[in-house]
Design a protein around this ligand. Structure first.
Ligand code: ATP
Ligand code: MG
Length: 417
């Protein structure tokens, strides 16, 4: 029986891996899926809490309740100290994260026969940019949540190192690889020496030539695209009549930020927005905003933006048709518009890749392979950005949603053997 597992607790999606004599594998968590949305739904109808795909379905079926996404983004942030209201109760974010980890552990128990007691949790290079104290606090908060979820032995591994361990399973000769893991919340990079022989070593510190990251990921791209495409129709930059001002812009940045949407449903905010509506020079726009907030459709709106973003990985043009009850908007977005919306973020990502190469003491031509994982590496603009940083390397697409958990499982097997 395996009592150790690896958990990739992702901003957008989570997975669990284990490693036994047969090797590393991902566990089915829900309806045979090995990767589930990092989502919770607290129903107001039957007071149940559901997770993953089920949470998503209940929210999109418009059941009354509270839907939470991107809870990882709260780790290390001031928001972590706040509570979020669910019906008559208020929940601390630590409690919510623990509840989600318990769901993963219980799901793992169904495959393993008993709940795992030891875990290697993935963590980004930085939970919080440029603030080592907040970053250390984030790790402690996640550790406390894992303990509350029932894990007794808890270790951490950097997500881009875990992904490298997964990549190493497929190499047949020693090489220097750049691993790029661009997920929902963070972009993480490592430069590693991988080789079939060295993969057996327990201590791999010597082979990690550099790693770094930045707090930019797919949820930022959703926000940037949302602000550019949809939010103007809901009143972003829309003038007020008397004061010579625009409608407050923070409504729109919160509405375009997965983990902040719920704060806009507060009665105080709704009252304020009604005041803005009375003063608006373009009331039809603020009415849309108010409808979205009153009907708690913020996540639905942002999910439509995310779907358009994902469609633009495949096509040059995506339709964004919001449900009439939400905002009666129909837009066409081109890939060029998406690329322009995320251009600044990509410049910052590129500079981190240059940093990690410098850290490793390598020129860009000495990297022979780039291993890509994380959902956002499917975006052509992201791939182009990485390819431009290491133009002579081959790009290898890993399992976008499973590599980190597989690598964490390999790590767990060594640490807790
Ligand atoms: N085909 C696609 N094109 C563009 N983006 C995509 C595609 N598929 C998924 N994404 C995006 O990838 C992100 C999720 O990726 P992933 O599951 O790797 O993140 P995560 O592991 O949850 O986050 P993190 O590691 O940053 O905590 C989301 O923002 C999602 O919109
Ligand atoms: Mg990830």
């Amino acid at each position: 029986m395996t009592s150790a597992c690896g958990i990739d607790f992702g901003t957008s999606n989570s997975s669990v891996g284990v490693c036994d004599a047969q090797g590393a594998r991902l566990l089915s968590i829900q309806r045979a899926a090995t990767s589930v949305p990092t989502a919770l739904f607290f129903s107001f109808d039957d007071d149940s809490t559901t997770f993953g795909h089920e949470a998503l379905e209940r929210y999109f079926a418009r059941e009354p309740g509270r839907y939470l996404r991107a809870i990882k983004s709260v780790l290390g942030a001031k928001l972590f100290e706040e509570t979020t209201p669910v019906k008559l109760k208020r929940y601390a974010f630590g409690e919510i994260i623990a509840t989600f980890l318990r769901f993963l552990r219980t799901a793992a128990a169904r495959s393993l026969g008993a709940p795992p007691t030891s875990v290697v949790l993935g963590r980004p290079a930085f939970f919080v940019d440029d603030d080592p104290e907040a970053d250390a606090a984030a790790e402690r908060q996640l550790e406390a949540a894992a303990r509350a979820a029932g894990f007794e032995r808890i270790a951490f591994q950097f997500e881009p190192i875990a992904a490298a361990l997964d990549y190493e399973q497929s190499v047949d000769a020693e090489e220097i690889a750049l691993v790029a893991d661009i997920g929902g919340g963070t972009s993480d990079f490592s430069v590693v020496r991988v080789s079939p022989e060295r993969s057996r070593l327990r201590d791999r510190r010597e082979d990690i030539l550099g790693f770094t990251g930045v707090h930019i990921g797919g949820t930022d791209f959703d926000r940037q695209l949302g602000l550019k495409s949809v939010m103007p129709a809901l009143g972003l930059h829309s003038p007020l009549r008397r004061k010579g001002l625009d409608a407050p812009s923070w409504y729109f940045s919160d509405l375009a930020t997965w983990h902040r949407i719920n704060f806009l449903y507060d009665q105080k905010v709704l009252t304020e927005v009604r005041g803005v509506l009375r003063d608006s020079a373009e009331p039809e726009k603020i009415e849309r905003l108010l409808r979205v907030l009153e009907q708690r459709k913020g996540h639905e709106l942002l999910a439509d933006v995310e779907s358009a973003k994902i469609e633009l990985s495949r096509a040059d043009l995506a339709e964004l048709d919001l449900d009439d009850s939400v905002a009666d908007i129909s837009l066409q977005i081109t890939r060029r518009e998406l690329d322009a919306a995320v251009a600044d973020s990509l410049r910052r990502i590129r500079s981190r890749i240059d940093d990690v190469l410098r850290m490793a003491g390598l020129t860009r031509d000495s990297v022979s392979a780039v291993f890509l994982t994380g959902g956002a590496t499917r975006m052509p603009a992201v791939r182009n950005c990485i390819a431009a940083a290491v133009p002579t390397a081959r790009l290898i697409a890993g399992d976008a949603f499973g590599s980190v958990a597989t690598g964490l499982a390999l790590d767990a097997a060594k640490r807790f053997a």
